[in-house]
Design a protein around this ligand. Structure first.
Ligand code: PGA
Length: 255
């Protein structure tokens, strides 16, 4: 049985080293004396702060990044490889986030290359998928999720699936405070499970954890994670508030 997972995506926050140190102080304080038996907690800061996070070695906290490049090394100005992330000591990488799709033109082909690099270098992947408001309105949710899964997971061997968590992040819920109902999440979960079962043997597909992401707060953790029986959550804004972030992790660990 895989553990549940709570991932904090800090995005491009906080704005300075000093503020990040303060964030880590607060996070450490909130976690003091708390045990998490069933849940992994992962923090994905901006990559310039990664080493600061790793150096603290905070109990119960694992480190991840928000993106990687697919090549191993070379003349790719500004990029960071999965191998570098692994060698620095991080263990997780988010891939395919809707903001990367929107602002940096990432498509399934690119995400697939990145995912392959993440797995090849022994990192765990958090693969984000999700439909836009318009696609949902047009009744295309199932079609969109299936297409994203097929494209992103192309040529990924069944043996690697246990290192992938899929985060269902409806684009209309990311950063908006709009939250899907438990039933809507459950519906997406069934679509995803069915699509995976068509691509892999059910036994291998079941090794993937399925998370929800998009405006997760402690007061809706039940609705978005516990009720639809998801394996965890991907948290954006609320992960910048250690008290709330830890509260979410506690809620999920205790249920
Ligand atoms: P949010 O972000 O929690 O601020 O909506 C979630 C995400 O982008 O992963």
């Amino acid at each position: 049985m895989q553990k549940k997972i709570v991932v904090g995506n800090l995005k491009m926050n906080p704005v300075s080293v000093v503020e990040f140190e303060r964030y880590l102080d607060a996070l450490e304080k909130e976690l003091k004396g708390k045990e998490f038996e069933k849940t992994e907690i992962v923090v994905c800061p901006p990559v310039v702060f990664l080493q600061k996070l790793l150096n603290r070695d905070i109990k119960n906290i694992k480190a991840g990044v928000q993106d990687v490049f697919w090549e191993y090394q070379g003349a790719f100005t500004g990029q960071i490889s999965a191998g570098m992330v692994k060698s620095a000591g991080a263990t997780f990488a988010i891939v395919g986030h809707s903001e990367r799709r929107k602002y940096f033109g990432e498509n399934e082909e690119i995400i697939n290359l990145k995912l392959k690099a993440i797995l090849k270098n022994g990192l765990n992947a958090i693969l984000c998928i999700g439909e836009s408001a318009e696609e949902r309105k047009k009744g295309q949710t199932s079609q969109v999720l299936k297409k994203q899964l097929k494209g992103c997971l192309a040529e990924i061997a069944p043996g690697k699936l246990e290192y992938i968590s899929i985060a269902y992040e409806p684009i209309w819920a990311v950063g908006t405070d709009k939250i899907p109902t438990s039933d809507e999440i459950l519906e997406a979960k069934i679509i995803i499970k069915k699509a995976l079962a068509e691509m892999y043997f059910v036994k291998s597909a079941e090794k993937m954890r399925l998370l929800y992401g998009g405006s997760v707060k402690s007061n809706c953790a039940e609705q978005v994670c516990l009720d639809p029986a998801m394996d965890g959550v991907l948290v954006g804004r609320e992960s910048l508030m250690p008290y709330e972030f830890v509260k979410i992790a506690i809620l999920i660990d205790e249920n």
